[in-house]
Design a protein around this ligand. Structure first.
Ligand SMILES: Nc1ccn([C@@H]2O[C@H](COP(=O)(O)OP(=O)(O)OP(=O)(O)O)[C@@H](O)[C@H]2O)c(=O)n1
Ligand SMILES: C[C@](O)(CO)[C@H](O)COP(=O)(O)O
Length: 238
């Protein structure tokens, strides 16, 4: 694989409402490191990642400690910061605008949730290889839906069973050309559209990004149960 490296935007400006608690979930500690640090270490540990832009909430009081709390040079690759917004799209766009000037519009960049700390290097290999082969299309990690899906009706009763064929769960990282993704997100912002991932912004521009099957344990820390799951996964690694 050629050694051209890619930057990654890490949106970390969320408040973790569904998780609850006072400290935003990305700053909760597991095995001596914050969720955010686990995520950054997973990304920066891949040889094809050049650096990351961490997108922080305005006035985030946790990051400075995070950056040097480990008593050693915080990171061995460039880690820049940007200030996020009140939506994922705004935060990711802010991160893209913070990328170094030598990252051109045609350069492929990744976006990865701060809340997904269990990213495997092999998944990054697969996504980068697939998108490098299809740079115009871009792509995302995901996995086919394997459970029967029910649509909830009145009083938590089942209203219908939804067909699950061809349905996938989207994960991150998601990887696109910097210019195309920035343009798609600016379009979303100007139209006031709500998106839940970067691929959706690209789809609204008519793109059909690739689906690259990744590990099911690339979990997103959303509720306390996810934190317990991540602790278990880390314990199994050890
Ligand atoms: N305005 C926002 C909203 C979310 N995120 C980031 O996007 C990722 C995925 O979002 P999610 O899991 O929803 O995090 P929160 O928005 O913090 O969670 P909640 O929806 O429960 O408040 C997280 O790393 C979060 O920090 C962000 O950078 N800017
Ligand atoms: C981007 C994402 O992780 C793909 O599944 C997901 O859409 C993020 O959703 P959230 O509600 O912002 O956590």
């Amino acid at each position: 694989m050629n050694m051209e490296r890619h930057w990654c935007v890490v949106p970390a400006a969320g408040t973790g409402q569904r998780f609850g608690g006072v400290v935003p979930k990305q700053y909760l500690q597991v095995a001596g490191r914050t969720i955010l640090r686990h995520t950054l270490d997973a990304l920066l540990g891949h040889p094809l990642i050049a650096g990351v832009v961490v997108v922080l909430a305005a006035g985030d009081p946790h990051w400075p400690d995070e950056a040097d709390a480990h008593g050693k040079p915080a990171f061995d690759k460039p880690v820049l910061t940007a200030i996020g917004g009140d939506s994922r799209a705004a935060s990711v766009l802010s991160g893209l605008e913070r990328l170094p000037a030598d990252v051109g519009d045609a350069d492929l960049v990744l976006v990865h949730d701060a809340a997904r700390p269990n990213l495997a290097l092999s998944d990054l290999d697969a996504l980068i290889a697939a998108v490098r082969a299809n740079p115009q299309q871009g792509g995302i990690l995901g996995a086919p839906v394997r459970d029967t899906l029910k649509r909830a009706g009145e009083k938590r009763s089942i209203a219908a069973t939804e067909a699950r064929e061809q349905l996938w769960r989207a994960f991150t990282p998601q990887m696109f050309a910097r210019g195309a993704l920035s343009s798609a997100l600016r379009s979303v912002r100007s139209k006031g559209e709500a998106i839940t991932d970067e691929a959706m912004a690209m789809e609204l521009q008519g793109a059909h990004p690739l689906l690259v099957e990744g590990r099911e344990d690339n979990l997103k820390i959303t509720t306390p149960a996810d934190l317990v799951h991540f602790e278990f996964l880390l314990g199994r690694r050890a």
